[in-house]
Design a binder for this molecule. Structure first.
Ligand code: ADP
Length: 675
């Protein structure tokens, strides 16, 4: 029993059921002191572990399991080291004994990396000193190649007939990167560097892909002899190799550590420890480089995304800011400084912004800022005056966020919308100019339309004037009689007044039609409008031998509209109908003006003639500006008419009749005045 225990590279002791030590191996004695000093290894437990271990033992016993746990044990010299402790029961039922085995853990190598203690010998001391030195190099940030080289040399120094090679894997684990092989000829680098990670490459490829150690005790008789690596080994007199994968913390292969030898010899425990420690250091070094590379990549990404953000802010003329309310800390983007026209070398300062805000907008700005600080999200447009006295329009959005750090932080953007505002204003000016041009055109068209009735108008006005003249003369004559005929004179005077009023009324209407006045919407009877236009054009129609029939809806058709504009539309329709019948000789020239209620909401006015009509495909074209089939036509009458009707919320159309001629009509919403 004691012989076996002496072989085990660990502290081993047994206790009885009461916990008293029965036996301890030499490592036990060396660590804790003489048996008399430590009657029980567990007396040397760290105070913290002394509390938890009995509980763990009790639990394990209840479950019938062995105890396996990590504990700190005090060395004779007083310092504590970590051990993996396991205890198992043995012996017969009458006298149960416990066997304790404690293996020192090398915490530096990571949680699960266990190695046996290295006995204090000259070589081991050298190993530990060199290992510490290399680890210091790693910590210092020495170049990986330098670290690898040092590791190889150390291993080669401590193990006979040993030629080391370290290979790294690229980040995508598809290619080998040569690390170090100080005692091997350059061809090894040539075979591995940049070559694909594949089992077919040889022992290293196999170890990398299988993630398991690969041992080749006799290459000449091994299947791997035919691989590139195998051939290279034999060529250089190496018949033995041991390739061990270096695993990353995530279990992926990060590299391969290989030892080539000329003759086979099993590794001693110490040599095995040397290899394991070497692999451990290589792993740490690769890890550190990868972390550094990842850090550099991250930094590059962050720098790139910062540059992108800057460019995006520049392009969109949008600056951003954060304001930590509790710390009273403000951060502005570069673009924000530019927008506010504030020196970027200055600390962000809300007072500097306030100084820029246009005085008429200052109250609004302060009010909105206050709202934002009280937790509401804001969207405010305000103006600032730059150092060159230029006015800028800005739009600010801000909201408190609790996601940046722990404090409430006001996060916001400010966009320069001056160009947008200017464009908007230009558009508005353009639209206004367009409206004005349309109005001018409508006016010209109206004047032209009415001018076409000159004869008729002259007749309308001259008729009452002639009446006035006749009546006034008659009145004078009647008064000159002796005695004067007062009754008859009064009658003629009354007729004079009547005719004067008639003439005044006509002139008033004409003035209204010719006047350039802004559109006025009022309640109007569509029938009245139709009647007035018919009267105005009556003589003209008569001269052209056209008989006009009015078939008007008996009840008033109340609409909301501009009387002058709507009369212009009706007059235009009448004159088009007149023109369409100008050459018709074969049938009576009949023109019908009719109105009716189409649906509950709209009234329809249509004018039907028996003229030349039009082909169906022109039904829409006729309403296009400058479409005309007349020699002296302008082609804007119907276009303007349709736009007037549409402005009144109605629609206008034209259709050929079943018989000769055409019908042009419009509908307009009916309105009842408020009660
Ligand atoms: P213009 O009278 O100056 O030609 P309009 O815009 O008023 O301009 O009319 C456009 C065209 O529509 C006319 O040239 C004519 O071809 C057609 N049109 C309008 N009304 C009628 C109608 N009642 N019968 C036949 N064609 C018509």
């Amino acid at each position: 029993m004691s012989e076996i225990c002496e072989q085990i590279p660990a502290i081993v002791w047994t206790t009885d059921e009461a916990g008293l030590t029965i036996y301890g191996n030499s490592r036990f004695r060396a660590y804790f002191g003489s048996e008399s000093h430590a009657t029980d290894g567990l007396n040397a437990l760290h105070p913290d572990d002394a509390i938890t271990l009995p509980v763990k033992i009790r639990n394990a016993r209840r479950e019938g399991l062995d105890v396996k746990t990590d504990v700190r044990l005090r060395r004779l010299s007083g310092e504590y080291c970590w051990f993996a402790l396991s205890a198992s029961t043995w012996g017969d039922g009458a006298a149960v004994k416990y066997c304790w085995v404690a293996v020192e853990r090398n915490k530096r190598a990571g949680d699960n990396f266990i190695i046996q203690r290295v006995e204090d010998s000259g070589q081991a001391g050298h190993l530990i000193a060199s290992e510490t030195e290399i680890l210091e190099m790693v910590a210092r940030g020495a170049a990986t190649a330098e670290v690898f080289d040092k590791v190889c040399r150390l291993v080669e120094e401590l193990i006979d007939d040993c030629f080391c090679c370290i290979l790294e894997l690229s980040l995508d684990r598809r290619h080998f990167r040569f690390g170090a092989a100080p005692r091997l000829p350059g061809e090894f680098k040539g075979v591995f560097d940049g070559s694909e990670v594949a089992a077919g490459l040889g022992p290293c490829g196999l170890a990398a892909t299988s993630r398991r150690p690969v041992e080749v005790p006799d290459c000449a008789s091994d299947a791997l002899a035919g691989t590139a690596e195998g051939r290279l080994m034999l060529l250089n007199g190496f018949n033995v190799c041991q390739a061990k994968p270096i695993l990353s913390p995530y279990g992926n292969t990060a590299g391969v550590f290989t030892i080539y030898r000329q003759r086979y010899a099993a590794f001693s425990l110490f040599e095995q420890q040397v290899v394991d420690r070497a692999i451990n250091i290589i792993g740490i070094s690769i890890d550190r480089t990868r972390h550094e590379e990842a850090l550099v990549r991250r930094e590059t990404q962050v720098r790139r995304s910062q540059a992108q953000l800057l460019a995006a802010q520049r392009i969109s003329s949008t600056g951003s800011f954060t304001f930590d309310i509790q710390k009273n800390e403000c951060v502005w983007s570069e673009e924000l400084y530019r927008i506010f026209d504030i020196d970027p070398s200055l600390e962000p300062d809300i007072y500097a912004v306030r100084k820029r805000v246009y005085r008429d907008d200052l109250d609004k700005f302060n009010g909105e800022l206050q709202r934002a600080l009280s937790g509401q999200s804001i969207d405010v447009t305000f103006r600032i005056v730059t150092s060159h006295a230029a006015l800028k329009f800005l739009r600010g959005l801000a909201k408190i966020s609790y996601h940046v750090g722990d404090n409430p932080v006001l996060v916001g953007t400010v966009q320069d919308i001056t160009d947008f505002k200017n464009a908007q204003e230009a558009l508005q000016r353009g639209e206004e100019a367009l409206v004005k041009a349309r109005e001018d055109l409508a006016y010209v068209s109206r004047v032209m339309t009415i001018s076409a009735l000159t004869a008729s108008i002259a007749h309308e006005v001259s008729q009452p004037l002639a009446g006035i003249l006749t009546n006034a003369n008659a009145c004078l004559r009647l008064l000159a009689l002796s005695p004067p005929n007062i009754q008859a004179a009064s009658e003629t005077a009354r007729r004079t007044i009547r005719d004067t009023m008639r003439a005044t009324e006509i002139i008033k209407r004409l003035r209204a039609m010719f006047a350039r006045q802004p559109s006025t919407m009022e309640y109007t009877d569509l029938n009245d409008l139709a009647r007035e236009v018919i009267i105005l054009s009556a003589r003209d129609m008569h001269q052209k031998s056209i008989s006009v029939t009015a078939q008007l809806e008996p009840k008033a058709l109340l609409i909301m509209g501009d009387r002058v504009q709507l009369q212009q539309v009706i007059l235009n329709m009448l004159l088009n109908a007149r023109d369409a019948m100008g050459d018709i000789e074969s049938r009576p020239r009949i023109l019908t003006v009719s109105t009716h209620v189409d649906t509950e909401e709209s009234a329809v006015l249509s004018i039907t003639d028996v003229g030349i009509g039009f082909p169906l495909e022109n039904a829409d074209k006729m309403f296009e500006a400058f479409f005309t089939t007349k020699q002296d036509g302008m082609g804007i009458g119907l276009a303007i008419s349709r736009s007037i009707i549409e402005n009144h919320g109605g629609i206008m159309w034209a259709e050929p009749n079943d018989g000769p001629g055409a019908t042009v009509a419009f509908s307009i919403p009916l309105r009842s005045p408020p009660q």
